[in-house]
Write a protein that binds this ligand. Structure first.
Ligand code: PMP
Ligand code: GLN
Length: 411
Protein backbone atom coordinates (compact mmCIF):
# COMPACT_ATOMS: atom_id res chain seq x y z
CA UNK A 1 0.00 0.00 0.00
CA UNK A 2 1.34 3.49 -0.77
CA UNK A 3 1.89 5.71 2.22
CA UNK A 4 -0.75 8.09 0.85
CA UNK A 5 -3.31 5.28 1.18
CA UNK A 6 -2.54 4.53 4.81
CA UNK A 7 -4.70 5.86 7.57
CA UNK A 8 -2.89 8.12 10.06
CA UNK A 9 -3.12 5.43 12.73
CA UNK A 10 -1.03 2.98 10.72
CA UNK A 11 1.71 5.60 10.55
CA UNK A 12 1.99 5.99 14.32
CA UNK A 13 4.79 4.21 16.10
CA UNK A 14 4.21 1.05 18.09
CA UNK A 15 5.91 2.26 21.23
CA UNK A 16 7.04 5.27 23.21
CA UNK A 17 10.44 6.69 22.22
CA UNK A 18 12.29 5.16 25.19
CA UNK A 19 10.75 1.79 24.35
CA UNK A 20 11.78 2.11 20.70
CA UNK A 21 15.31 2.92 21.75
CA UNK A 22 15.45 -0.17 23.95
CA UNK A 23 13.97 -2.36 21.25
CA UNK A 24 16.57 -1.04 18.85
CA UNK A 25 19.52 -1.32 21.21
CA UNK A 26 20.33 -4.89 20.26
CA UNK A 27 19.44 -4.64 16.60
CA UNK A 28 22.12 -3.87 14.09
CA UNK A 29 20.40 -0.62 13.20
CA UNK A 30 22.26 1.89 15.36
CA UNK A 31 19.46 4.44 15.53
CA UNK A 32 16.87 2.23 17.19
CA UNK A 33 14.73 1.76 14.10
CA UNK A 34 12.30 -1.10 14.27
CA UNK A 35 13.77 -4.26 12.89
CA UNK A 36 14.51 -7.90 13.60
CA UNK A 37 16.73 -9.34 16.31
CA UNK A 38 20.30 -10.31 15.53
CA UNK A 39 19.23 -13.97 15.70
CA UNK A 40 16.50 -13.49 13.12
CA UNK A 41 18.80 -11.45 10.88
CA UNK A 42 21.62 -13.99 10.91
CA UNK A 43 19.36 -17.02 10.49
CA UNK A 44 17.67 -15.33 7.51
CA UNK A 45 21.10 -14.59 6.03
CA UNK A 46 22.23 -18.19 6.64
CA UNK A 47 19.15 -19.54 4.86
CA UNK A 48 19.40 -17.18 1.91
CA UNK A 49 23.12 -17.94 1.39
CA UNK A 50 22.94 -21.65 2.25
CA UNK A 51 25.49 -21.09 5.03
CA UNK A 52 26.00 -23.38 8.03
CA UNK A 53 24.14 -21.61 10.82
CA UNK A 54 26.35 -21.34 13.89
CA UNK A 55 24.56 -18.09 14.73
CA UNK A 56 21.19 -18.50 16.43
CA UNK A 57 21.50 -21.02 19.25
CA UNK A 58 19.31 -23.98 18.45
CA UNK A 59 20.30 -27.64 18.12
CA UNK A 60 20.08 -29.36 14.73
CA UNK A 61 18.84 -32.58 16.33
CA UNK A 62 15.67 -33.14 18.33
CA UNK A 63 15.69 -34.04 21.99
CA UNK A 64 14.78 -37.46 23.48
CA UNK A 65 12.25 -39.61 21.60
CA UNK A 66 10.29 -40.35 24.79
CA UNK A 67 9.62 -36.64 25.28
CA UNK A 68 8.35 -36.31 21.71
CA UNK A 69 6.16 -39.40 22.18
CA UNK A 70 4.79 -37.92 25.41
CA UNK A 71 3.72 -34.77 23.54
CA UNK A 72 2.09 -36.85 20.80
CA UNK A 73 0.30 -38.96 23.42
CA UNK A 74 -0.92 -35.85 25.23
CA UNK A 75 -2.33 -34.42 21.99
CA UNK A 76 -4.00 -37.74 21.16
CA UNK A 77 -5.45 -37.91 24.68
CA UNK A 78 -7.03 -34.48 24.26
CA UNK A 79 -4.74 -32.20 26.24
CA UNK A 80 -5.40 -29.45 23.73
CA UNK A 81 -7.18 -26.66 25.58
CA UNK A 82 -5.87 -23.94 27.87
CA UNK A 83 -3.60 -25.09 30.63
CA UNK A 84 -4.12 -23.46 34.05
CA UNK A 85 -2.46 -20.03 34.14
CA UNK A 86 0.27 -21.19 36.48
CA UNK A 87 0.93 -24.38 34.50
CA UNK A 88 -0.32 -27.96 34.71
CA UNK A 89 0.19 -29.59 38.11
CA UNK A 90 2.30 -32.44 36.68
CA UNK A 91 4.87 -30.00 35.30
CA UNK A 92 4.97 -27.81 38.42
CA UNK A 93 5.52 -30.96 40.48
CA UNK A 94 8.22 -32.13 38.06
CA UNK A 95 10.03 -28.76 38.33
CA UNK A 96 9.89 -29.01 42.14
CA UNK A 97 11.28 -32.57 42.02
CA UNK A 98 14.06 -31.43 39.66
CA UNK A 99 15.06 -28.58 42.01
CA UNK A 100 15.15 -31.08 44.89
CA UNK A 101 17.10 -33.73 42.97
CA UNK A 102 19.83 -31.46 41.60
CA UNK A 103 20.09 -28.68 44.17
CA UNK A 104 18.33 -29.81 47.37
CA UNK A 105 15.81 -26.99 46.98
CA UNK A 106 12.13 -27.42 47.83
CA UNK A 107 9.91 -24.88 46.06
CA UNK A 108 6.19 -25.49 46.64
CA UNK A 109 4.60 -26.55 43.32
CA UNK A 110 1.39 -24.56 43.94
CA UNK A 111 2.74 -21.25 45.15
CA UNK A 112 6.44 -21.03 44.35
CA UNK A 113 6.60 -22.26 40.74
CA UNK A 114 5.18 -20.76 37.56
CA UNK A 115 5.25 -22.29 34.09
CA UNK A 116 5.88 -19.76 31.31
CA UNK A 117 6.05 -19.52 27.53
CA UNK A 118 9.78 -20.06 27.41
CA UNK A 119 12.31 -18.28 29.56
CA UNK A 120 11.65 -15.24 27.37
CA UNK A 121 8.20 -14.77 28.87
CA UNK A 122 9.51 -15.51 32.37
CA UNK A 123 12.03 -12.67 31.97
CA UNK A 124 9.44 -10.28 30.56
CA UNK A 125 6.75 -11.03 33.14
CA UNK A 126 9.25 -10.81 36.01
CA UNK A 127 10.63 -7.43 34.98
CA UNK A 128 7.21 -6.00 34.16
CA UNK A 129 5.94 -7.17 37.56
CA UNK A 130 8.84 -5.92 39.66
CA UNK A 131 10.15 -2.81 37.96
CA UNK A 132 8.69 0.71 37.83
CA UNK A 133 9.65 3.54 35.51
CA UNK A 134 12.73 5.20 36.98
CA UNK A 135 14.00 2.08 38.74
CA UNK A 136 17.38 0.69 37.80
CA UNK A 137 17.93 -2.84 36.58
CA UNK A 138 21.52 -4.06 36.73
CA UNK A 139 22.77 -6.69 34.28
CA UNK A 140 26.18 -7.89 33.30
CA UNK A 141 27.45 -6.92 29.87
CA UNK A 142 27.35 -8.45 27.28
CA UNK A 143 23.68 -9.21 28.07
CA UNK A 144 21.10 -11.44 26.39
CA UNK A 145 19.19 -9.31 23.90
CA UNK A 146 15.73 -9.49 25.45
CA UNK A 147 16.96 -8.04 28.76
CA UNK A 148 17.65 -4.62 27.27
CA UNK A 149 14.39 -4.58 25.34
CA UNK A 150 12.20 -5.52 28.31
CA UNK A 151 13.98 -3.19 30.73
CA UNK A 152 13.29 -0.41 28.22
CA UNK A 153 9.67 -1.44 27.75
CA UNK A 154 9.23 -1.30 31.51
CA UNK A 155 10.58 2.28 31.45
CA UNK A 156 13.46 1.37 33.74
CA UNK A 157 17.10 2.41 33.49
CA UNK A 158 19.50 -0.31 32.36
CA UNK A 159 22.80 -0.23 34.25
CA UNK A 160 25.55 -2.68 33.35
CA UNK A 161 28.67 -4.19 34.91
CA UNK A 162 31.22 -5.54 32.42
CA UNK A 163 32.35 -9.12 32.08
CA UNK A 164 35.99 -9.08 31.13
CA UNK A 165 37.99 -11.37 28.85
CA UNK A 166 39.54 -13.89 29.10
CA UNK A 167 37.32 -15.55 31.73
CA UNK A 168 34.38 -13.11 31.42
CA UNK A 169 33.90 -12.73 35.15
CA UNK A 170 33.00 -9.35 36.66
CA UNK A 171 35.39 -7.08 38.47
CA UNK A 172 33.77 -7.07 41.92
CA UNK A 173 34.63 -3.44 42.68
CA UNK A 174 33.03 -2.35 39.38
CA UNK A 175 30.01 -4.50 40.23
CA UNK A 176 29.67 -2.75 43.58
CA UNK A 177 29.91 0.64 41.87
CA UNK A 178 27.08 -0.31 39.52
CA UNK A 179 24.65 -0.83 42.42
CA UNK A 180 22.73 2.14 43.81
CA UNK A 181 19.74 2.83 46.02
CA UNK A 182 17.62 2.75 42.87
CA UNK A 183 18.70 -0.80 41.92
CA UNK A 184 15.43 -2.70 41.96
CA UNK A 185 16.58 -5.87 40.23
CA UNK A 186 19.93 -7.46 39.53
CA UNK A 187 19.40 -9.73 36.54
CA UNK A 188 22.11 -12.30 35.94
CA UNK A 189 22.51 -15.11 33.48
CA UNK A 190 24.52 -18.05 34.71
CA UNK A 191 25.89 -19.98 32.78
CA UNK A 192 26.25 -16.91 30.63
CA UNK A 193 25.15 -16.30 27.06
CA UNK A 194 27.04 -15.09 25.01
CA UNK A 195 30.38 -15.49 26.86
CA UNK A 196 30.12 -19.07 28.18
CA UNK A 197 31.20 -17.96 31.68
CA UNK A 198 30.04 -19.99 34.69
CA UNK A 199 30.03 -17.84 37.81
CA UNK A 200 31.96 -19.30 40.76
CA UNK A 201 30.55 -19.19 44.27
CA UNK A 202 32.49 -16.11 45.44
CA UNK A 203 31.02 -14.02 42.57
CA UNK A 204 27.52 -15.26 43.36
CA UNK A 205 28.05 -14.51 47.05
CA UNK A 206 29.07 -10.94 46.22
CA UNK A 207 25.92 -10.48 44.14
CA UNK A 208 23.79 -11.73 47.06
CA UNK A 209 25.62 -9.45 49.49
CA UNK A 210 25.10 -6.38 47.29
CA UNK A 211 21.48 -7.24 46.48
CA UNK A 212 20.77 -7.52 50.21
CA UNK A 213 22.61 -4.26 50.95
CA UNK A 214 20.61 -2.34 48.33
CA UNK A 215 17.29 -4.17 48.78
CA UNK A 216 17.30 -5.54 45.21
CA UNK A 217 15.54 -8.63 43.89
CA UNK A 218 17.87 -11.15 42.21
CA UNK A 219 16.55 -12.57 38.95
CA UNK A 220 18.72 -15.45 37.78
CA UNK A 221 18.36 -16.76 34.25
CA UNK A 222 19.75 -20.30 34.45
CA UNK A 223 18.53 -21.73 31.14
CA UNK A 224 21.95 -23.37 30.57
CA UNK A 225 22.01 -24.92 34.07
CA UNK A 226 22.80 -28.42 32.77
CA UNK A 227 25.27 -27.35 30.10
CA UNK A 228 28.53 -26.93 32.05
CA UNK A 229 31.86 -28.57 31.35
CA UNK A 230 33.72 -29.84 34.38
CA UNK A 231 32.47 -27.09 36.69
CA UNK A 232 29.36 -27.27 38.85
CA UNK A 233 26.37 -25.05 38.25
CA UNK A 234 25.47 -23.28 41.49
CA UNK A 235 21.97 -21.79 41.60
CA UNK A 236 22.38 -18.41 43.27
CA UNK A 237 19.20 -19.02 45.27
CA UNK A 238 21.00 -21.83 47.14
CA UNK A 239 23.43 -19.34 48.75
CA UNK A 240 22.81 -18.05 52.28
CA UNK A 241 20.51 -15.03 52.29
CA UNK A 242 19.50 -15.41 48.64
CA UNK A 243 16.30 -17.46 48.59
CA UNK A 244 13.99 -14.80 50.01
CA UNK A 245 14.92 -12.34 47.26
CA UNK A 246 15.58 -14.58 44.22
CA UNK A 247 13.57 -15.63 41.20
CA UNK A 248 15.24 -18.43 39.22
CA UNK A 249 14.33 -18.93 35.56
CA UNK A 250 14.92 -21.96 33.34
CA UNK A 251 13.70 -23.47 30.09
CA UNK A 252 13.10 -26.81 28.41
CA UNK A 253 14.49 -25.38 25.19
CA UNK A 254 18.13 -25.74 26.20
CA UNK A 255 18.11 -28.83 28.42
CA UNK A 256 15.91 -30.96 26.16
CA UNK A 257 16.66 -29.49 22.72
CA UNK A 258 13.09 -28.41 22.05
CA UNK A 259 13.59 -24.68 21.56
CA UNK A 260 10.46 -24.45 19.42
CA UNK A 261 8.15 -25.67 22.18
CA UNK A 262 8.69 -22.59 24.32
CA UNK A 263 8.16 -24.17 27.71
CA UNK A 264 9.92 -22.35 30.53
CA UNK A 265 9.45 -21.91 34.27
CA UNK A 266 10.47 -19.88 37.25
CA UNK A 267 10.63 -20.46 40.97
CA UNK A 268 11.00 -18.21 43.97
CA UNK A 269 9.32 -17.00 47.14
CA UNK A 270 5.53 -16.93 47.08
CA UNK A 271 5.09 -13.14 47.10
CA UNK A 272 7.41 -12.64 44.14
CA UNK A 273 5.96 -15.53 42.14
CA UNK A 274 2.44 -14.19 42.79
CA UNK A 275 3.42 -10.79 41.38
CA UNK A 276 4.91 -12.34 38.26
CA UNK A 277 1.94 -14.69 37.83
CA UNK A 278 -0.42 -11.71 37.88
CA UNK A 279 1.42 -10.10 34.96
CA UNK A 280 1.98 -13.36 33.08
CA UNK A 281 -1.79 -13.94 32.88
CA UNK A 282 -2.07 -10.92 30.64
CA UNK A 283 0.88 -11.72 28.43
CA UNK A 284 -0.06 -15.24 27.35
CA UNK A 285 -2.33 -16.52 30.14
CA UNK A 286 -0.93 -20.01 29.50
CA UNK A 287 0.51 -22.04 26.67
CA UNK A 288 1.60 -25.36 25.21
CA UNK A 289 -0.65 -27.75 27.19
CA UNK A 290 0.58 -31.01 25.57
CA UNK A 291 4.18 -29.79 25.61
CA UNK A 292 3.90 -29.09 29.33
CA UNK A 293 2.96 -32.76 29.89
CA UNK A 294 5.87 -33.90 27.78
CA UNK A 295 8.42 -31.73 29.59
CA UNK A 296 7.19 -33.17 32.90
CA UNK A 297 8.29 -36.55 31.48
CA UNK A 298 11.61 -35.03 30.41
CA UNK A 299 12.41 -33.56 33.82
CA UNK A 300 12.04 -37.03 35.32
CA UNK A 301 14.67 -38.58 33.02
CA UNK A 302 17.50 -40.29 34.92
CA UNK A 303 20.73 -38.53 35.89
CA UNK A 304 22.55 -40.19 32.96
CA UNK A 305 20.52 -38.10 30.53
CA UNK A 306 21.73 -34.89 32.15
CA UNK A 307 25.38 -35.94 32.38
CA UNK A 308 25.16 -37.25 28.81
CA UNK A 309 24.07 -33.92 27.28
CA UNK A 310 26.93 -32.09 28.98
CA UNK A 311 29.47 -34.71 27.85
CA UNK A 312 28.26 -34.63 24.25
CA UNK A 313 28.37 -30.86 24.16
CA UNK A 314 31.82 -30.75 25.70
CA UNK A 315 33.09 -32.95 22.87
CA UNK A 316 31.42 -30.67 20.31
CA UNK A 317 32.93 -27.62 22.00
CA UNK A 318 36.39 -29.14 21.69
CA UNK A 319 35.94 -29.92 18.00
CA UNK A 320 34.78 -26.41 17.13
CA UNK A 321 37.36 -24.75 19.40
CA UNK A 322 40.14 -26.64 17.65
CA UNK A 323 38.78 -25.64 14.23
CA UNK A 324 38.49 -21.98 15.24
CA UNK A 325 42.05 -21.98 16.58
CA UNK A 326 43.32 -23.56 13.38
CA UNK A 327 41.47 -20.87 11.41
CA UNK A 328 43.52 -18.23 13.22
CA UNK A 329 41.00 -16.85 15.71
CA UNK A 330 41.79 -16.24 19.37
CA UNK A 331 39.51 -18.71 21.18
CA UNK A 332 37.90 -18.22 24.61
CA UNK A 333 37.05 -21.69 25.82
CA UNK A 334 33.59 -21.63 27.45
CA UNK A 335 32.90 -23.43 30.74
CA UNK A 336 29.17 -23.58 30.03
CA UNK A 337 26.39 -22.91 27.45
CA UNK A 338 26.71 -23.96 23.80
CA UNK A 339 28.54 -20.85 22.62
CA UNK A 340 32.21 -20.12 21.92
CA UNK A 341 33.51 -16.56 21.64
CA UNK A 342 36.46 -15.79 19.43
CA UNK A 343 38.63 -12.76 18.94
CA UNK A 344 38.85 -11.87 15.26
CA UNK A 345 41.71 -9.39 15.79
CA UNK A 346 44.48 -11.98 15.15
CA UNK A 347 43.08 -12.21 11.60
CA UNK A 348 43.33 -8.44 11.27
CA UNK A 349 39.58 -7.95 11.67
CA UNK A 350 38.48 -5.09 13.89
CA UNK A 351 34.72 -5.08 13.44
CA UNK A 352 32.85 -8.33 14.15
CA UNK A 353 29.48 -6.81 13.15
CA UNK A 354 30.81 -6.19 9.66
CA UNK A 355 32.44 -9.63 9.58
CA UNK A 356 29.22 -11.39 10.70
CA UNK A 357 27.37 -9.81 7.81
CA UNK A 358 30.05 -10.88 5.32
CA UNK A 359 30.97 -14.30 6.76
CA UNK A 360 28.13 -16.33 5.14
CA UNK A 361 29.11 -14.95 1.73
CA UNK A 362 32.85 -15.34 2.35
CA UNK A 363 32.99 -18.90 3.67
CA UNK A 364 29.42 -20.18 4.13
CA UNK A 365 29.21 -19.97 7.94
CA UNK A 366 26.98 -17.68 10.03
CA UNK A 367 27.84 -16.39 13.53
CA UNK A 368 26.67 -13.67 15.93
CA UNK A 369 28.69 -10.50 16.68
CA UNK A 370 29.07 -9.92 20.42
CA UNK A 371 28.79 -6.08 20.34
CA UNK A 372 25.04 -6.37 19.70
CA UNK A 373 24.71 -7.68 23.28
CA UNK A 374 26.14 -4.42 24.61
CA UNK A 375 25.56 -0.72 25.10
CA UNK A 376 27.94 1.53 23.11
CA UNK A 377 30.83 1.44 25.61
CA UNK A 378 30.66 -2.34 25.94
CA UNK A 379 30.31 -2.65 22.17
CA UNK A 380 33.62 -0.85 21.79
CA UNK A 381 35.24 -3.24 24.29
CA UNK A 382 33.89 -6.33 22.47
CA UNK A 383 34.20 -4.96 18.96
CA UNK A 384 36.29 -7.81 17.58
CA UNK A 385 34.39 -10.65 19.32
CA UNK A 386 32.22 -13.13 17.48
CA UNK A 387 30.02 -15.91 18.93
CA UNK A 388 29.68 -19.38 17.38
CA UNK A 389 27.08 -21.97 18.50
CA UNK A 390 28.28 -25.57 18.77
CA UNK A 391 24.94 -27.32 19.41
CA UNK A 392 25.19 -28.92 15.96
CA UNK A 393 26.01 -32.39 14.59
CA UNK A 394 29.71 -33.25 14.65
CA UNK A 395 30.03 -33.48 10.87
CA UNK A 396 28.40 -30.04 10.57
CA UNK A 397 30.93 -28.59 13.03
CA UNK A 398 33.79 -30.24 11.13
CA UNK A 399 32.55 -28.85 7.84
CA UNK A 400 32.18 -25.38 9.40
CA UNK A 401 35.75 -25.63 10.72
CA UNK A 402 37.02 -26.62 7.26
CA UNK A 403 35.24 -23.64 5.71
CA UNK A 404 36.51 -21.23 8.34
CA UNK A 405 40.06 -22.44 7.73
CA UNK A 406 39.83 -20.75 4.30
CA UNK A 407 38.83 -17.37 5.77
CA UNK A 408 42.33 -15.96 6.10
CA UNK A 409 42.83 -16.35 2.34
CA UNK A 410 39.56 -14.66 1.48
CA UNK A 411 39.73 -11.48 3.53
N1 PMP B 1 17.84 -16.56 28.31
C1 PMP B 1 18.97 -16.86 27.68
C2 PMP B 1 20.27 -16.54 28.31
C3 PMP B 1 18.94 -17.47 26.42
O1 PMP B 1 20.06 -17.76 25.78
C4 PMP B 1 17.68 -17.75 25.84
C5 PMP B 1 17.65 -18.33 24.46
N2 PMP B 1 17.28 -19.51 24.42
C6 PMP B 1 16.53 -17.43 26.54
C7 PMP B 1 16.64 -16.82 27.77
C8 PMP B 1 15.18 -17.68 25.99
O2 PMP B 1 14.74 -18.97 26.27
P1 PMP B 1 13.39 -19.55 25.67
O3 PMP B 1 13.70 -20.00 24.28
O4 PMP B 1 13.00 -20.63 26.59
O5 PMP B 1 12.39 -18.44 25.67
N1 GLN C 1 18.92 -17.87 22.80
C1 GLN C 1 19.25 -18.04 21.42
C2 GLN C 1 20.67 -17.53 21.18
O1 GLN C 1 21.25 -16.89 22.00
C3 GLN C 1 18.33 -17.30 20.49
C4 GLN C 1 16.91 -17.24 20.83
C5 GLN C 1 16.20 -16.27 19.94
O2 GLN C 1 16.36 -16.27 18.74
N2 GLN C 1 15.43 -15.40 20.53
O3 GLN C 1 21.18 -17.78 20.13
Amino acid sequence: MSSAGRSPSTETSIAAPWQRAALGANLLSPDGELGVTIFEEMTTLAISTGAINLGQGFPDEDGPAEIKAAAQDAIAAGANQYAPGKGIPALREAVAAHQQRFYGLAPHPDTEILITTGATEAIAATLLALVQPGDEVLTFEPFYDSYGAIIGMAGARHVTAPLLAPDFLPDLAALEDAFSNRTKVVLLNNPHNPTGAVFPEHVLAKIVELAAKYGAVIVSDEVYEHLTFGVPHIPITSLPGAAERTITISSAGKTFSFTGWKIGWLSGPEHLVAAVRTVKQFLTYSSGTPFQSAIAVGLALPDEFYTGIAQTLRHKRDILAEGLRAAGFGVYNPRGTYFINVDTAPLGIRDSVDLARRLPGLVGVAAIPVPVFCHPEGAERTRSLLRFAFCKKIDVLEEAAARLATLKDRL
